[in-house]
Design a protein around this ligand. Structure first.
Ligand SMILES: [Zn+2]
Length: 503
């Protein structure tokens, strides 16, 4: 393979092939039918400031090797922090030992979908590795953002932060697949607070910038207009503090991609995880109403609803070249013409659904955790025929609300009844925005909500949102994931007044 010069030399200098050879040959000698080795190094940094002063800088590095085996149809797993061939062989023996110990109690035999052998390297789409930028320079940028906001009328406090991760993974298995990968992600952000001393309350407004599979260039203006947003926030916050409280009731909503991504995450992303749908994964965030007996039949939403899973979209947080099963990543349909047609799978779940290949959703967040099925980038597709804009959608509403930015959410354990708030809410009157509203939440069941979707924006209105740390499984694992969507128009969604609900 041609070595990719962007891959961190310090990772490449690890004895990757020697570790793999030692572990795989030992596993084979001991009777494993399948064995894979991951060598990982995950470097993270978080910086946070309050009112321009640094309140925290944390750096962490997680290094290790993991060996996973299948012996007589039973999984075994072991990991170690020491990266020597001797330790790799011992770890393989330990994994085989785990499988043999578990054999008498294992209720089912592992069957895995086939996958072609891959040898290659993959690096995510970024320009500047955040870990080559001095911490001082990052603090200066966040401090400068904070000062700009604090200098504006009506802003009393500012929190600013940036989280960054660089993830290196080496994977090798007995079938012959051997891959080296590097991906980078970043989440810069800020929140401005206005304190109302007379009334004893406060109001906040945060950036709408999503975390992204990008490098430091994102914080300095590639892919997001920080200058424009920093200049606009104080006035938007002041307007929000004086905005009237919403009147509850069924309301037409135009939902911006900056808000809709989270609704997609909770009501489609988690609901189409196959392990949840079959009740295999239930502990952390419940199961799913979208069970496999409904595949091809469940009306998830209106006929214009087209939702895909992918681990390939540029700058996507779940995007990678090969998953932790050694599967080359891809894109597929989850909901087509409003009907449930697919799930997120790994190599053990694909055969249960009668599929010959996995769609590449195996992921472990650490060399010391076993890979599980984790979320792909789950995205609502735009209208392929009309390049409808958000203004066009707002123009179709006589009286309604335009919802911008995510804030809080709740959803039940079957991913069915939910409630979402947002950063900003604009009254729509006769097809035009007519000032902000406060205290808005929208509430629905998953199928009613998506069933009420009348129109979606076109290709040029499509945006990626996402989260750095989606949680799943026990022991808990985190995963980064993006969700793309256009703005969309929903008719007659139940709107709550959060002040009235709270009192
Ligand atoms: Zn999640």
């Amino acid at each position: 393979m041609a070595p990719d010069p962007r891959i961190d030399p310090a990772f490449r200098d690890l004895p990757l092939d020697a570790l793999a050879d030692a572990a795989l040959s030992r596993a084979r000698e001991l009777g494993a039918q399948h064995a894979d080795v991951r060598v990982e190094r995950i470097v993270s940094q978080s910086i946070s400031l309050r009112d321009g002063s640094v309140t925290g800088v944390s750096d962490s590095t997680s290094v290790g090797l993991a060996v996973r085996v299948v012996v007589d149809g039973v999984w075994g797993f072991a990991s170690h922090v020491e990266l020597t061939p001797l330790r790799a062989a011992e770890t393989a023996a330990q994994a085989v030992g785990v499988a043999r110990t578990l054999a008498p109690v294992a209720r089912e035999r592992v069957e895995r979908a086939d996958e072609p052998v891959h040898v290659g390297e993959w690096v995510s789409a970024y320009e500047v590795d955040p870990f080559v930028v001095p911490t001082r320079e990052k603090v200066e940028l966040l401090s400068e953002w904070s000062q700009r906001l604090l200098a504006a009328d009506g802003v009393d406090h500012v929190q600013a932060s940036v989280s960054q991760v660089r993830e290196n993974k080496f994977y090798a298995d007995l079938a012959g697949t051997r891959t080296v990968q590097q991906r980078v992600r970043i989440e810069p952000g800020f929140t401005a607070t206005a304190v109302d001393r007379a009334a004893g309350g406060f109001e906040t407004m945060s950036t709408l910038a999503p975390p992204a599979g990008r490098g430091w260039e994102y914080a300095t203006g590639t892919g997001w207009d920080w200058d424009g947003e920093l200049a606009a926030i104080p006035e938007l916050l002041a307007e929000k503090t004086k905005a009237p409280s919403v009147q509850a009731g069924p309301t037409d909503l135009v939902i911006d991609p900056t808000n809709l991504w989270l609704t997609i995450h909770e009501s489609i992303g988690h609901a189409t995880e196959y392990d949840r749908a079959i009740g295999y994964e239930a502990a952390y965030a419940g199961t799913s109403f979208a069970t496999p007996d409904k595949l091809g039949a469940l009306r998830y939403g209106s006929p214009i609803m087209h939702v895909t899973g992918d681990r390939t979209v540029e700058h996507g947080l779940a995007t990678v070249g090969f998953d932790d099963d050694g599967v080359e990543t891809t894109e597929w349909d989850l909901v087509r013409d409003g009907v449930l047609v697919g799930y997120q799978l790994d190599r053990t779940f694909a055969p249960r659904l009668g599929l010959e290949r996995s769609n590449g959703c195996a992921f472990a967040d650490s060399p010391h955790h076993v890979p599980i099925q984790r979320m792909a980038n789950v995205s609502l597709q735009p209208d392929p025929e009309h390049d409808t804009t958000v203004e066009d959608l707002i123009g179709r509403v006589e009286r309604g609300i335009y919802v911008v930015g995510d804030k809080s959410w709740s959803i039940d354990m079957q991913r069915y009844n939910f409630q979402f708030t947002g950063q900003r809410f604009y009254r729509i009157e006769d097809g035009r925005l007519a000032g902000q509203l406060r205290d808005v939440a929208y509430q629905a069941t998953t199928t009613d909500f998506w069933g009420s979707m009348e129109a979606v924006g076109g290709p040029s209105s499509w945006r990626l949102g996402g989260a750095m740390n989606c949680g799943k499984a026990q022991p808990g694992q985190i995963a980064p994931v993006s969700h793309g969507c256009p703005p969309a128009l929903f008719r007659g969604v139940n709107v709550l007044n959060t002040q009235e609900e709270a009192s």
